[in-house]
Design a protein around this ligand. Structure first.
Ligand code: HXC
Length: 290
């Protein structure tokens, strides 16, 4: 994948080009589709960012691609072979980031796992796997980075979803994890506020061009889903990046303990994820995983 944003972002966006100059970000899942564009926006606005991932080739390649946006090989630090389920690995990643850049101001807990599966076919280990990556991984990310955020009076952003606002089919594992993430973020906003640290969630809707969109909606239902979104268009990764910049910027300095939904108001009329599969899939005995 090539970078989604380019230097024209600076001309057409509402943000000052050096908004995040001197600041440092730490982003788990930073090589993934949504989070990499969040990183692109931060980097274009002057931030240095460590991206944390499991896959070495992917993490290093994406770091190079994002750095090329600002012609500065030092702009993005790839830290691979880190599984967010292991807090010690995250602590080492924090150390490497601080050794290289001196501080951490902004954290995005973005690493996530997902697949479509109904409860009857979901194994206990499958549920545990997603809850461990999404919820435990978010906790571990907050735990490992909080000492640095307290020092910098920084800000943490969790990546949530709208799946738990309703009983969305085939997503019990993700819904449970994301509900926990919202609760965690709210509690951190309260407990870390006195230390000057802000905590918020961002909840993306149907964002085109992402792995989540392909898995949950796909091309076949694209038109129908779009028609069910009040703003009558699919979301873009840039929409998520813009909201991210706002939440980290001084414009949001009094915003903490919120869940910023970026979904064109879709959740108000019901999330349309996986509707084409409901209820037929419940009665099938899938030989192959979706
Ligand atoms: C049912 C499945 C499955 C599937 C795996 N499992 N895939 N069950 N349907 N499609 C089961 C396995 O059989 C196993 O259970 C258990 O889950 C763990 O599987 P592993 O492959 O060993 O786990 P692991 O290597 O830890 O991989 C985690 C993963 C994987 C979540 C299963 O898909 C992953 O790493 N994904 C990361 C990338 C990703 O998913 N990106 C999409 C993000 S989109 P058993 O019982 O057999 O041992 C996203 C969107 C959210 O999050 C919201 C969007 C709006």
């Amino acid at each position: 994948m090539v970078n989604t944003l380019d230097k024209t972002f600076l001309e057409k966006s509402s943000w000052k080009p050096d908004l995040f100059k001197g600041k440092v970000g730490f982003v788990t899942g930073g090589a993934g589709t949504i989070c990499r564009v969040q990183v692109e926006a931060l980097v274009l606005l002057g931030c240095k960012v460590a991206i944390i991932g499991r896959d070495q080739e992917k993490t290093e390649r994406v770091a190079k691609e994002i750095s090329s946006l600002v012609d500065n090989p030092d702009a993005v630090l790839p830290i691979s072979k880190v599984d967010v389920r292991e807090v010690k690995q995250l602590e080492s990643a924090v150390k490497r980031t601080v050794d290289r850049y001196g501080r951490i101001d902004y954290v995005i807990a973005g690493a996530a796992g997902n697949f479509i599966c109904d409860f009857n076919h979901l194994s206990a280990n499958a549920f545990k796997s997603v809850v461990s990556i999404d919820l435990l991984g978010s906790f571990n990310t907050a735990k490992a980075t909080m000492p640095e955020l307290i020092k910098s009076r920084g800000s943490i952003l969790f990546v949530s979803a709208t799946f738990h606002y309703y009983g969305v089919p085939f997503q019990s594992h993700v819904g449970a994890a994301k509900a926990g993430i919202d609760a965690l973020s709210n509690a951190l906003a309260v407990e870390m506020g006195p230390f000057g640290v802000r905590s918020n969630c961002i909840a993306p809707g149907a964002i085109q061009g992402t792995e989540g969109f392909d898995r949950l909606i796909g091309d076949a239902s694209k038109k129908k889903t779009t028609s069910k979104i009040p703003l009558q268009r699919l979301g873009t990764t840039e929409d998520i990046a813009q909201a991210t910049v706002y939440l980290f910027s001084p414009a949001a300095s009094y915003v903490s303990g919120t869940i910023q939904i970026v979904d064109g108001a879709m959740w108000h009329i019901g999330t349309h994820f996986a509707h084409e599969l409901y209820p037929d899939l419940l009665f099938k005995d899938p030989k192959a995983k979706l």
